[in-house]
Ligand binder design. Structure first.
Ligand SMILES: [Zn+2]
Length: 421
């Protein structure tokens, strides 16, 4: 079987606009979005009025700094403020295609437009080509993570195996029997599948046919990437996005940062003041996707990165996000899921025996591991606690019961000890 060329080509003309065309494009998209959102989203109108921001006076890109930042965490509260997700939506819920729910809880609307989540150009850049059979291993239930990747694959004339959260034996069997050529999922899960295959004597290069992998949802090291690329003889590229807005950036073959998607205007801002920072400076990723249905204007993602405008060998002219260097606050993204301290606190409050708690996150071998440390005397409800925790937080931690006074006096609710390289 001859292999497809997965290294060349560009999906959309928008990826190669020159600098002045790009500025013009952003300006037109933003003007249009702001006018529309102000008119049809109750929440946007309220916020713009409060900040005395006049949409008619938006003349150049830098004027965007006069719009207050919208923190991702505010969505939890705002969405509960009334119909149309608290006025954030410009349509009724029944006019949408789907409504998902992410931890928080935050609802993620999807409307009926083509390529709503905007991943098609990113999948092409990652190396997916017509005729691929892609196995999607993200969960299909409630969260949008799996379904949002079906559309780009359809647009690129690929087929999908929606294997979701099947166990690794089933995943491996599908991969082998159907000669799957593409993997979509978390990088650590692909590593898990590789380990499983080696255990049962499946040769990753001879018995499997995976040539391309699109990964997202968790940070991984270059060492892990090259290990997986060598093991399977495949190309592995990552995307960056959120369940609120969809695609924000994606890697090309040359893997030197994440090209910013053409569907969004991205700023790097000071996490406290919201003031845009200079190219190269590390700050919070603030995104405005050109989405009239759910106009989250200047959404602060909580992720930290920087902008790189140096030319890329692939020919794409879009600026790039350097690596995602961390999280702004104590919220941690573990195994692709956001874990909020207040949700953990909610669970802990049900156990009066627990005096104090802390979550420790590590990544031995590049795979996230979460340990729940609790201080308690004669704690007997371990199984019950793990069950409740898993039900609310969607992740299963390791549990360590400590005698009171073991944890230091000043602790962060989530201590992120993960190392990248
Ligand atoms: Zn590139």
């Amino acid at each position: 079987m001859t292999r497809k060329d997965r290294t060349e080509g560009i999906f959309s003309r928008r990826e190669v606009l020159d600098e002045s065309e790009r500025k013009q494009y952003y300006l037109i998209q933003l003007k249009d979005l702001l006018q529309y959102a102000y008119r049809y989203s109750e929440d946007v109108k309220k916020r713009f009025d409060r900040a005395q921001f006049n949409v008619d006076k938006f003349r150049q890109l830098s004027d965007i700094k006069h719009i207050p930042i919208l923190k991702k965490k505010e969505l939890i509260f705002l969405q509960s403020m009334g119909p149309r997700l608290g006025g954030l939506l410009t349509k009724d819920l029944g006019e949408l295609k789907r409504v998902f729910m992410s931890p928080g809880p935050i609802f993620d609307p999807e409307d009926r437009s083509d390529d709503y989540w905007g991943w098609t150009e990113g999948f092409y850049a990652a190396g997916f080509r017509a005729g691929d059979l892609a196995q999607i291993t993200f969960p299909y239930q409630l969260a949008p993570s799996a379904l949002m990747f079906e559309e780009p694959l359809k647009n690129l004339s690929c087929a999908v195996v929606p294997s979701g959260q099947s166990d690794s034996t089933t995943q491996l069997e599908i991969m082998q029997k159907l000669r799957v050529t593409g993997y979509v999922g978390a990088p650590s899960y692909l590593m898990h599948i590789a380990q499983k295959a080696e255990e049962v004597g499946v040769n990753l290069r001879k018995d499997l046919y995976v040539e391309v992998a699109f990964v997202t949802g968790e940070k991984f090291s270059e060492k892990m990437r090259s290990t997986l690329e060598k093991k399977f003889d495949l190309i592995m590229r990552q995307g960056y996005g959120t369940a609120d807005v969809g695609c924000i950036g994606y890697e090309c073959f040359h893997k030197c940062g994440l090209h910013i998607a053409n569907r969004a205007y991205v700023e790097i801002c000071h996490p406290d003041t919201g003031i845009p920072l200079k190219d190269g400076e590390v700050g919070e990723i603030v995104v405005t996707a050109f989405n009239k249905t759910y106009p989250l204007i200047r959404l602060a993602t909580g992720d930290l990165s920087y902008i790189d405008r140096s030319p890329c060998q692939c020919g794409r002219t879009s600026p790039r996000l350097g690596s995602i260097v961390g999280r702004v606050d104590t919220t941690a993204r573990i195994k692709g899921m956001f874990v909020y301290p207040h949700q953990v606190e909610h669970v802990m409050a049900q156990y009066e025996e627990i005096k104090r708690w802390q979550i420790e996150v590590t990544n031995p071998g590049g795979i996230d591991e979460m340990t729940l440390l609790i201080e308690a005397v004669n704690f007997k409800r371990e199984d019950e606690l793990l069950h409740t925790f898993r039900e609310k937080i969607k992740l299963r931690p390791l549990l360590k019961v400590l005698t009171p006074g073991t944890l230091p006096p000043q602790i962060r609710p989530i201590e992120d000890k993960r190392k990248w390289d």
